[in-house]
Design a protein around this ligand. Sequence first.
Ligand SMILES: *[C@@H]1O[C@H](CO)[C@@H](O)[C@H](O)[C@H]1NC(C)=O
Ligand SMILES: *[C@@H]1O[C@H](CO)[C@@H](O)[C@H](O)[C@H]1NC(C)=O
Ligand SMILES: *[C@@H]1O[C@H](CO)[C@@H](O)[C@H](O)[C@H]1NC(C)=O
Ligand SMILES: *[C@@H]1O[C@H](CO)[C@@H](O)[C@H](O)[C@H]1NC(C)=O
Ligand SMILES: *[C@@H]1O[C@H](CO)[C@@H](O)[C@H](O)[C@H]1NC(C)=O
Length: 210
Amino acid sequence: MESLVTAALLMMGALCWALPVRQNSLQCDPGKQYGHLGRCCNKCPPGTHMKAKCTSTANTTCSPCGPNEYMSVWNEDLKCTLHMVCDPGKVLRVTFKGNSTHPRECECIEGYHFDTKQEICMENVKCPPGSGVHQVPVQSNKNTVCVPCPVGYYSNSTSATDGCTRWTNCTDLGLQEIVPGSNMSDAFCDRYIVPQDCTCLIFKVQINLF
Ligand SMILES: *[C@@H]1O[C@H](CO)[C@@H](O)[C@H](O)[C@H]1NC(C)=O
Ligand SMILES: *[C@@H]1O[C@H](CO)[C@@H](O)[C@H](O)[C@H]1NC(C)=O
Ligand SMILES: *[C@@H]1O[C@H](CO)[C@@H](O)[C@H](O)[C@H]1NC(C)=O
Ligand SMILES: *[C@@H]1O[C@H](CO)[C@@H](O)[C@H](O)[C@H]1NC(C)=O
Ligand SMILES: *[C@@H]1O[C@H](CO)[C@@H](O)[C@H](O)[C@H]1NC(C)=O
């Protein structure tokens, strides 16, 4: 009786002692392997998914991803991941088609940017007259940033793409500035008004006569 108890205690002790040691001694590469049935087995490489786990005699069975699927990491997944849809109805377009190892990438079409909070494409802000787009050409997939036109520049349009334009320099054109520019309008130039001379007077008189 006593020897039986001793034997049982010894067995339990042996188990408790053996289990953690066996786990400790099984050091699989966490990136590419998994522990199963006391041994390390390979995970499935990118571009494939797991069809069956390893057994004591066979390695893991992997299967390639389908035509519209991908798997970018070493995995134990039973299915590959479906490529996302770049839905034109949500104003998205494909920037990278994707393949068996890399996911498809979408981007909002021109004039729209991706709002990360709402996770939708939003129309870019239009800058009102007197202000222009900060960066021209507008950065793809970024919302417009408007800046007030500095002195010497104007914008007369509501636009999500146009910057401010420099005022026309009348002097450079050999003209006279009739109306100075503002932040919303260009300078208005005209020919120098020639001081009234006899010809003009005669001309006026003639007009007045009729
Ligand atoms: C399991 O894979 C290893 C290489 O990773 C190979 O050496 C071994 O032969 C394979 N075993 C079987 C049963 O296919
Ligand atoms: C998938 O595309 C990536 C990025 O262009 C490329 O590096 C990789 O080689 C491609 N993989 C396959 C299986 O074509
Ligand atoms: C344009 O100029 C007017 C008058 O100086 C000013 O009131 C207005 O705020 C300016 N607009 C912008 C967009 O800066
Ligand atoms: C804005 O200015 C341009 C050129 O200066 C002019 O052709 C156009 O008619 C103006 N548009 C408006 C709405 O005033
Ligand atoms: C026009 O250009 C001349 C130089 O060509 C410059 O001296 C002048 O300040 C400019 N005028 C305006 C209104 O920008």
